[in-house]
Every structure is written in C-alpha cells, then in structure tokens.
Design a protein. Structure first.
Lengths: 211, 363
C-alpha cells in the first residue's frame, strides 16, 4: 500500500474564470468547497492519471460556511444545494468524466484521519486506488486548503494491522490509538516533517508528499 | 455475509416500527404540509416527542436512543462493534442561527452523545453524510466492514430533523407540495418533509434477514437532478443484484412524488425488471411519513423486513391512479396487498447525483 499526498492552497472567490469553466455546469454558482476541489483537480490531473474506484470526501465542519451563507443570504436554491457536503464532488465528477461510489465522512476533530483510515482498510482487490479529498478553510480570509490523498494498492496487502502503523509512525510512537491523534496534530507533523521525498513506512506502506 | 438481526425506529407515525407498519397498512397519512405563512417554522416538526423543549441535538439523540431500545435490550455486543451514523444536516438549527461558525460539525456530536448515553464501547465510528442516500450509503460501508472482518457487528443509526434550515432549503427548491405526497400518481406535485430516526443491528452471525448486495453510485450529471437516462441508479441496482439470481418480489421505491425522480425510477425499474418479464410489486412509504432524508432508505429497509415477516405489503394510499405514462405497475390505493415476499429491493436517490440500492432476502 502506498499513500501519495497532495496539498494545495486555493483562493476563493477566484480572481478569474477558471480554465475548466466551460466543462462544469454553472461553475460560478459553486461554493468555496466545490470550486476548490475542481480547481485542485485541474492542477493535479496530469500527476494523477488513473481514476479511483472509490472517492472519499473528508468534510470537517460539514458545509458549515455555506450553511451560514445560506441563512444570511436570500435563501438561494443554488446556495442550498451546496449545504450538502457531498455536493462538492459533483463538479469534480464532471471534470473527471467519472462515475462511481462516493462516500462523504464527518468525524470532527478526526475527520481527515478517519477518512484516511477508511481508505487504508478498504483498499484491496476490490479497490486498487481510493482518493481521499479534504477541503478546509485556513486562518486567512479567502484562503482554503485541499488535501488530496491517493491510496494505492501497489504492493501486496500488508498483514500488519490497519492504520495503527501509519499513525504510530506519524506520532513517532510504537503504539498509539489512532483516534487519540487529531487532524491538527497530523497536519502539524506533516508540515514540519522531513517527508519532502517519498519514504516507506513499512515494507507494505509508503507515504510521500507532493506540493 | 451480513445479516440484519434487529431494528427499531421513530417517525411521525410514533415511537415504534409497529406504529409505522400499522399506519402504512391502514392508509394513515401522518405527514403534514409546512406552514408557509410566516417565519415561525417549528424546531421540531414531526417527531412524536416534538412538543418537548429540547434542542435539535437532544431531540435527535433521544429519538435515536428510542430506536435503539427497540432492539433486544439483552443483546451483548461483540468487542468488535462498529457504529455508523447517517445524517444530512444533524442539529444544524442549533448552530446556524448563532453568530459564529462552531468549531465542530453538527453530526458527529450526536453520535458521541448516543454512545455515552447508550453506554456502549464501539471499536470504530464514523458519520456518513451522503444527502438522502446517507442511510443506504452507510449500509454499503457497514457491509464492507463486516465482509472485510474489520468489525463483527455494526450498529447502523440514521437521524434527521426538520427545522427552519431544512424547510427554507426545500422551499427554495420548490419541491414541497401543499397537496399530499402522491408517489407515482398522475397528480403528483412533490412531497412533505418528515422527521425520523432508525437503528439496525448488522452482524456476521445468521439472522432473520440476509443482505444480498448493496450498490452505490454517483454521477456528475447535475447538482439536484439525476440524468434522464437513470444510468447511475441502474448501475447502483445492478451492483446490488450482482449475486442475486432469484425473481425479485418487492421494490420499496424512493418515490418522492416529484415529476422527474418518479419518472426516472419508473424507467429504471422497467429496464431492469418489467422489460425482462419480471414483475415485482412496487410500493413506497413517503406518502405516510414524509421524506425523512437520510433516514428514508433505512426506514424502507425496515419496512421491507416487516413485509417479509408479515407476508404482506402496503399500498401507496395517497395515489389513486398511477401516471398513465409510466411503464411499471404500482401498488396504488385499492390494490391487493397480500403478497408473497421473500426478498426486496430498496431504491434511494440523493442530490449530487447519488444513487444507492440494497437487496435483502429472508434468512
């Protein structure tokens, strides 16, 4: 198993019409999440040529920012549909030209790790490649972050138990129950880490970071 | 192999599966239109305990506990227990009208509260928010967990409330009717909303009902409407019936009574069954309890199990005559409800081009 991480900062509202505007129905009505994910795909598409067999959306805070905008605006139907966090995948699917299973997860403050662990556990003969996509707001107004993990079944499925290993490694501890590690800890670790190049977690698993 | 060993629910019909089943079999419409007159939308709309002063979070947890308590109280859960909660908007009305965006989503705290109050210790938990297919999508995940040996049992929960936020949203989409919910009828005009919770226990041990297959599929056709071809719903059903070779006895359709959704379901059921000389009975439940969003697929799953248990189905009592343009036959008012039911299919559709389906057989 191998995990490739991609991280992108996106500005929303967009400064100009995106290159993919003509390929997404009414792109200008997308909320920050849907736009950011579509934009990230357009940046990444040459690097991630394969299509996944399962798409997992990690949605910390659900669609709360859009929810707030909906009730403080004029109750626009185009805004309301984006108050369902799975909707952010629709524009992505249009750009990908892909159809398949999508699962949208929430488990704050462990949403990202929960989604990653689900992908790690579901990878196997039925799923050779799973994408885990997280959208979140940063502390800077108008700046958002999309994290994109490709979980790949490149190696023989490891016998080592589930996600314990990856999280133990991330924390530098031998045993650490995964749900004790919050998403924030993970990102702090990844931002300070030495993983500017791909490295193996174990014989079966590797983690690399592409920016 | 995944089995359903027990279930329970709350809905506008009452605090039990029996009340829901009774209402459907006796033509009782528990749903009601939204008062369109002013700003004072109800915080609790159709839950049986709607008059309590509790906030949405407490009300949802209380109803979930009630659904769960209908399972056998003597159940000793496996040490490898997983819990999945399906919901679209959780307790959104408790937070969205406040000044500041909270620091946590409004679904997972419901699950945490439930676990604490039920005093159970799951090995694994997650919340699935896949619009109105959330329930069956969560079932897809639960089935994967059991089949892969990640857990031995899954307590699958589903809960949605209907407050000002959801009402405003569906009003903006103009899919709510002021008439009645009349699925597959020639005079259908949309649906009423409804509140509900459900709990089902899934296990790898042999139980009364067996899950033959679960399929989910998503298409990027459009945000609110499925493609006219019904291609994605068809794919979800085909995945669910991959290992199912028997004639299908019953379909519990999504049946929202909107023009387009009913039409697409009709086309898909025709292509996959009627055209192939297979004639399952088709019925739907939303006419009696409203559209219960994330819970709707799980309620239909429970009703399918009841149909097997009782060897009886319920009609779509608000629909007197089917749409003459429809190709399939529907169990509209007055048709015989005594049917042999050894298996059934649930069809579920959600915004964002989501489709989900499950096939269940007698164990």
């Amino acid at each position: 198993m191998r995990i490739v991480l991609h991280n992108h900062k996106i500005i929303w509202p967009p400064p100009k019409e995106p290159s993919w505007a003509s390929r997404v129905e009414r792109w200008y009505q997308l909320d920050a999440a849907a736009y950011s994910i579509a934009e990230t795909f357009s940046i990444l598409q040459d690097k991630i040529s394969k299509k996944p067999s399962l798409l997992i959306l990690a949605s910390p805070l659900g669609s709360m920012e859009t929810d707030f905008q909906f009730v403080r605006g004029n109750y626009s139907p185009s805004k309301f549909v984006h108050t369902l966090p799975n909707i952010r995948s629709t524009s992505l699917l249009q750009l990908m030209g892909w159809q398949g299973p999508v699962l949208c997860f929430q488990n704050d403050p462990f949403t990202w790790l929960t989604a990653l662990i689900e992908a790690i556990d579901l990878i196997g003969p039925n799923h050779q490649e799973i994408w885990v996509i997280q959208f979140k707001k940063t502390n800077v107004q108008g700046n958002y972050e999309v994290s994109w993990a490709q979980v790949l079944n490149d190696f023989d499925e490891g016998k080592i138990s589930q996600a314990f290993l990856i999280v133990s490694y991330l924390k530098g501890e031998n045993v650490k129950k995964y749900n004790a590690l919050k998403d924030q800890d993970f990102w702090e670790w990844i931002s300070k880490s030495h993983c500017s190049r791909p490295f193996l977690i174990s014989k079966e698993w590797s983690l690399s970071k592409n920016e | 192999m995944t089995w359903i060993s027990a279930y329970g629910c709350t809905s506008a019909a009452g605090f039990s599966t029996e009340e829901l089943w009774f209402g459907l079999n006796n033509g009782l419409d528990h749903s009601r239109p939204i008062d369109n007159s002013g700003e004072n939308f109800p915080r609790a709309y159709s839950f049986p305990n709607k008059n309590s002063n509790k906030n949405q979070r407490e009300l949802l947890v209380e109803n979930l506990l009630c659904s769960w308590q209908q399972l056998n109280k003597k159940i000793k859960y496996s040490e490898k227990l997983g819990i999945i909660l399906a919901s679209t908007k959780g307790f959104i009305d408790d937070v969205v009208w406040a000044e500041e965006i909270p620091s946590q989503d409004c679904i997972s705290p419901i699950l945490n509260d439930f676990i604490e109050r039920a005093d159970i210790s799951p090995k694994r938990t997650v919340c699935v928010s896949n619009a109105c297919t959330s329930g069956i999508s969560a079932l897809f995940l639960a089935n994967s967990w059991i089949e892969k040996g990640i857990v031995e049992e899954v307590l699958l929960l589903a809960a949605d409330a209907v407050g000002p936020f959801v009402i405003r949203g569906f009003q903006s989409l103009k899919v709510l009717t002021m008439d009645k919910t009349r699925p597959f009828s020639d005079v259908r005009s949309g649906f009423f909303l409804g509140e509900a919770t459900a709990a089902i226990l899934l296990t790898k041990k042999i139980g009364p009902f067996f899950i033959r297959g679960v399929g989910i599929d998503s298409e990027g056709y459009a945000v609110t409407r499925p493609s006219q071809s019904g291609n994605s719903l068809k794919k979800a059903i085909q995945i669910a019936k991959r290992n199912f070779k028997n004639p299908l006895d019953l379909i519990l359709a999504h049946g929202t009574a909107t023009q387009l959704n009913d039409k697409i379901e009709d086309q898909v059921f025709y292509d996959l069954f009627f055209e192939r000389k297979e004639f399952p009975t088709i019925t739907a439940s939303k006419w009696s309890i409203g559209h219960t969003l994330a819970t709707s697929g799980i309620l239909d799953l429970i009703l399918g199990c009841e149909a097997i248990k009782n060897q009886k189905v319920f009609s779509i009592a608000n629909s007197i005559q089917k749409d003459p343009n429809f190709l399939c036959e529907y169990l509209t008012l007055g048709k015989s409800t005594n049917r042999k039911v050894d298996n059934f299919l649930v069809s579920s559709l959600g915004f964002g081009g989501l489709h989900a389906s499950v096939i269940v057989e007698r164990g």
